[in-house]
Design a protein. Structure first.
Length: 345
């Protein structure tokens, strides 16, 4: 079986990771790409050897014989493209965040359920073998009773320099809409949507459902920002999540989980390095680490999406996981705005 996929949204993430990954996968044919800027779609198709290109995704859905799509559009277009794909009977892999609002996430989930198609969200940290090892050990009880689950994402001033090291130049339109990457116009919420949602999913994946959040947000006169949240888990564990930038130093992202019998820590590397986290677990009086072979998390998440189509599996992370992560970041945002603890249902 050859799984035939189309890609909507030919921006940076598509050019840097998704199209090269799709071209590497056996049993997959990337038959067409689409972008609202037709010239961008044309040039991307030519550069990556994709047979056809479109400026209208609905036309692509009608004319091409597709099994599914990769939705790599701007955040604000995630919902409308996903719903249209579901109505066309196509399975959907959508980049994070799942959408801009919680209501849009529910609309996407409902559309995919109604039309019997799969919906997977691009939380690629779940495909990091080191983080998966930590989760497995937590689930196995290796840390004993877990009482604290924490993570942080501290963006750095050399971020764009790292990106430019992996690609000569992006194919771009003459100009972007004013809110292409800041869909709400609120910096805290836009940063939570762009970056924080990864950790909302990571913390929930590691520790289970979050029951409440208390958060504070601050911006410096120079434009730096910090968002710090305390999360209460249904299990009774507490933890923090900190999102800030831009720090005067190297990329700083990580995870720390404490139990009454052990501790797990992970240093999460810059994502486009496509390299596993550096993880270690302390238990029984000694530190333990695992050596994993190279693992491109972006490649593996798309390989898994294709497997879900081929074998009729329910994806994980699913649309429901995307919805729950969205609810967490909106609870963080509301708590910082209102100065109160926000409870999640």
């Amino acid at each position: 079986m050859v799984v035939r996929l189309g890609l909507v949204g030919c921006g940076g993430i598509a050019q840097l990771v998704h199209i090269p990954s799709l071209k590497r996968l056996e049993g997959v044919e990337l038959v067409a790409v689409c972008d609202k800027y037709l010239e961008v779609a044309r040039r991307v198709a030519a550069k990556y050897g994709v047979p056809r290109y479109y400026g209208d995704y609905e036309e692509m859905f009608r004319r091409e014989r597709l099994d599914g799509i990769v939705n790599a559009t701007w955040h604000a277009a995630h919902c409308e493209v996903t719903v249209a794909a579901a109505e066309a009977g196509l399975h959907v892999f959508v980049e994070k965040p799942m959408a801009v609002t919680v209501e849009e996430c529910r609309e996407m989930l409902d559309a995919c359920r109604r039309h019997g198609v799969k919906l997977m969200v691009g939380f690629m940290k779940r495909f990091d073998p080191s983080l998966r090892w930590i989760r497995d050990e937590v689930r196995r009880g290796s840390l004993g009773r877990v009482f604290s689950i924490n993570s942080w994402y501290r963006d750095c001033r050399v971020h764009e320099g790292y990106v430019r090291a992996f690609i000569d130049a992006f194919i771009r339109p003459p100009e972007y809409p004013a809110r292409a990457y800041a869909p709400t116009g609120d910096r805290h919420l836009d940063m939570l949507l762009a970056h924080g949602v990864h950790h909302a999913d990571l913390l929930r994946w590691m520790g289970g459902e979050v029951s409440s959040v208390v958060s504070r947000y601050y911006e410096t006169p120079g434009g730096d920002y910090v968002s710090t949240s305390i999360l209460k888990f249904r299990s009774g564990a507490l933890g923090f999540f900190q999102l800030c930038g831009s720090i005067a130093g190297d990329w700083d992202e990580g995870l720390a989980i404490f139990g009454d019998e052990g501790t797990a820590r992970a240093e999460i590397l810059f994502p486009y390095f496509k390299w596993r986290s550096r993880a270690v677990i302390f238990r029984g009086g000694e530190y333990v680490s695992r050596l994993f072979p190279f693992r491109d998390m972006y490649l593996e998440e798309l390989r898994y999406f294709v497997k879900c189509i081929e074998e009729d599996l329910e994806p994980s992370p699913s649309g429901y996981d995307g919805l729950r992560a969205q609810e967490i970041i909106y609870a963080i945002y509301r708590s910082a705005r209102e100065g109160e603890e926000i409870h999640l249902s």
